[in-house]
Design a protein around this ligand. Structure first.
Ligand SMILES: *Cc1c(COP(=O)(O)O)cnc(C)c1O
Length: 376
């Protein structure tokens, strides 16, 4: 069976974890954490980078930093992972779900303005498959209405919008190092702050509501409880694992991109014949090869394709269910919007195996199985 995902180990993970363990600094914010954070700040120009235990955690920090209060509205695409909405719901926000574009699953910036009310506090663009949302348009609307922008860049490491790194454009952003992402730490995440106003408070939330970070830098002579917060920081063992991955980022990205190109080349005839749609990379976006997906013409066709591939030893998977139709949302909200593009992706999108160790012959096999399916 060709699996859908297989976590890739560079070989250095255990070595660095061993180092972290035997230097005796096991809690968070040690040398490996600092190295990882510096890497992100230098490579992508984030004003502040803080490792977290997950992207969900980083999004929760964003919701607190944006001072989301009960009744505030937060605009989130419906075609996304639960956390993009949940992190704000925990602060009491009302989620206003937005539809995807017809051409790709990202939030449709042209339909955004119609969703804004005086209560709108935050917009959460999600860069699906690591492909950028139209950030200039989103930032223009946000600035016009004085709304904060939190990029859910969980899938978007090392991807760009008009030459600018994703995660560096909104006021703040969140990344994931879950084992299904390009760069992994098992479970892990990153909060990136781009607007200086939020830096001081982000460190306090991160350190359980204390100003301990300032104390360690010698900026205050004692530290104590000054704000809300939680224990958002991961242990050094996690940071050590992550460091081994970051050192090999180029290697990982290059292999994933090669696999992506091979899929694209092998399947584009099917797209030309109008049988499937392949991922569209807008001119303003780069591709970080987080995912290769197809959009089938119907739910029935997708179900049959997944079944056919499975019978032939290939595991492919569908993705999100529309959040606006979820049990939790429908139980807690009376007005359920009609988001047809989102529902279409929920029914018709299928993801193909994508991982570093996937071999060229295996990619070929997946492609020929898909071609066979559509020939029949
Ligand atoms: C993976 C993912 C998350 C959650 O990341 P965790 O690190 O597992 O919390 C959030 N949003 C999107 C879009 C994701 O793909």
């Amino acid at each position: 069976m060709i699996p859908f995902n297989k976590p890739f180990l560079t070989g250095k993970e255990a070595h660095y974890m061993y180092q972290a363990v035997y230097t005796g600094k096991l809690s968070g914010n040690g040398e490996f954490t600092k190295k990882c954070q510096k890497f992100f700040e230098e490579k992508y120009g984030f004003k502040k980078a803080l490792l977290t235990t997950s992207c969900t955690d980083a999004l929760e920090m964003c919701a607190i930093l944006c001072d989301v209060q009960p009744g505030d509205e937060v605009i989130v695409p419906s075609y996304t992972f639960v956390s993009s909405a949940l992190a704000f719901v925990r602060q009491g926000a009302k989620i206003i779900f937005a539809d995807s574009m017809a051409s790709n699953p990202n939030i449709d910036a042209e339909k955004l303005e119609a969703l804004i009310t005086p209560k709108t506090k935050v917009i959460v663009p999600v860069h699906y498959a690591g492909v950028a949302c139209d950030m200039d348009r989103i930032m223009e609307i946000a600035n016009k209405y004085n709304i904060l922008v939190v990029e859910d860049a969980a899938q978007a490491i090392d991807s760009y919008y008009k030459g600018r790194p994703l995660g560096s454009i909104g006021h703040m952003s969140a990344f994931s190092f879950h084992e299904t992402k390009n760069i992994i730490a098992g479970e892990g995440g990153l909060l990136a702050i781009n607007d200086e106003r939020f830096i001081r408070r982000s460190e306090i939330l991160w350190e359980k509501g204390t100003n301990r970070s300032e104390f360690f830098r010698g900026e205050v002579n004692k530290y104590g409880w000054v704000d809300t917060g939680s224990s958002f920081l991961p242990s050094e063992v996690i940071a050590a694992f992550l460091w081994a991955q970051l050192e090999n980022m180029e290697l990982i990205q290059n292999r994933r991109k090669a696999i992506w190109e091979q899929y694209h080349e092998g399947l584009k005839d099917l797209e030309e014949k109008g049988l499937v749609r392949l991922p569209e990379i807008p001119v303003y976006a780069t591709n970080n090869a987080h995912m290769f997906y197809l959009v089938c013409r119907s739910l029935e066709e997708r179900t049959a394709l997944i079944k056919y591939l499975k019978e032939n030893g290939v595991l492919s998977v569908f993705h999100y269910l529309s959040l606006h139709l979820s049990d939790y949302y429908t139980a807690n909200n009376t007005e359920i919007p009609n988001l047809l593009e989102c529902d279409h992706y929920a029914d018709c999108l299928v993801r193909l195996p994508m991982y570093y160790e996937l071999k060229d012959e295996e990619v070929k096999k997946v492609i020929s199985n898909i071609v066979e399916f559509f020939d029949k």
